[in-house]
Design a protein around this ligand. Sequence first.
Ligand code: FEO
Length: 405
Amino acid sequence: MNFYRNVNEDVIYVGACDRRTARFENMFSLPWGICYNSYLIIDGDKTCLMDGVDQSIAERYDRDVCQALNGRKLDYFVVQHVEPDHCATINNIMRQHPETKMIITQPGLKLMKQFYDIDYTERAIVAKDGLKLELNRHTLEFVLAPNVHWPEVMMTYDHFDKALYTADAFGSFKAQDGHLFVDQVDYRRDWLDEARRYYFNIVGKQGVHVQKLFQKLKKNNFEINMLLPLHGLVYRKREDVEMIFDLYDKWSSYTPEAKGVTLACGSMYNNTMEAMEYLANLLADRGVPNIRLYDISELDRSFVVSDLFRFSHAVFACPTYNTELFPEMDALLRDIIALNFSNRKIAILENKSWGGKAQKIAEEILDKGKNLDIIATATMTSTIHHHQLEILSDLADKIIADMSL
Ligand code: FEO
């Protein structure tokens, strides 16, 4: 029995899904699982494996690679990214195939030694920008993409398929449901949210490097009809490549994808949440098209982060705790600033019963972001009573006015 599948005539998918791991990097929840992708190119008498996979699917990977090779030697192993979710299985393959040459960047070699205490220098071809590897009809050209997640990352352009192997970029959380290609699914309905959550939480900090990658691809004049990422689905149609390139261009330049408001709310006794629900109703009644209201204590933070980067406006509802900022809100704000949250309009609603500096702390954290415009602030005391509703309508007025709906 095997699970490998053809991407096209010469390229075989040898990745697999993991529906048992609860959290990616032990942080980001995986309610729909994840897949680790790897591709085997069989080009006449030459074979080349593109990346490894996570330990969680190691056994199946070994079996599928072995069966797909069907007795052939493995000539090359291209290691585009040395994070353990792709490299935990490399040593097995390299042991089983002593003839295999590894194509890897110099920083990648160093990281392999750090993580696995194995020095592959003797078996390595060190990849540099523009280095080409001729198989038979496939010519692979390596494109360094430092910091499009980690510093050692590279990508690989296949001149024959006009395909870019993209390491983590253009990947997604979520395991495949049988379909391997973007054009086989309703991507916007079923995958885009998880692709966005993956981008902003995993790669989001590195927008400037994603932009540099786009410039490099343009300079190289690569015609790209396929993208083969290390997670998620394969893009094999030009229009799907263009769709995700457009989104990545927006995301990596920190441009809001749409007008809308993410209301991120901390609430101990549901009082702050009630105020946010009232505000959400006001915004909805006045025509705001996209509204997401999150209890940040309940949900994995990565979902909130994703929508904060998605929409143009954010409201942070900040209770006071121990006279400081509610800890979950403190963590959320520090997280998005670390991820380069920029170019957004913000309102802050502080809740304090007898004092404290929740709003001051929130503002100090947000002050470290780039082009974050605080368009409204307000303070409520414990609960919102009837006579205080103008606090919320004033917030709604300012947000609506700023959105120019
Ligand atoms: Fe999928 Fe950066 O590893």
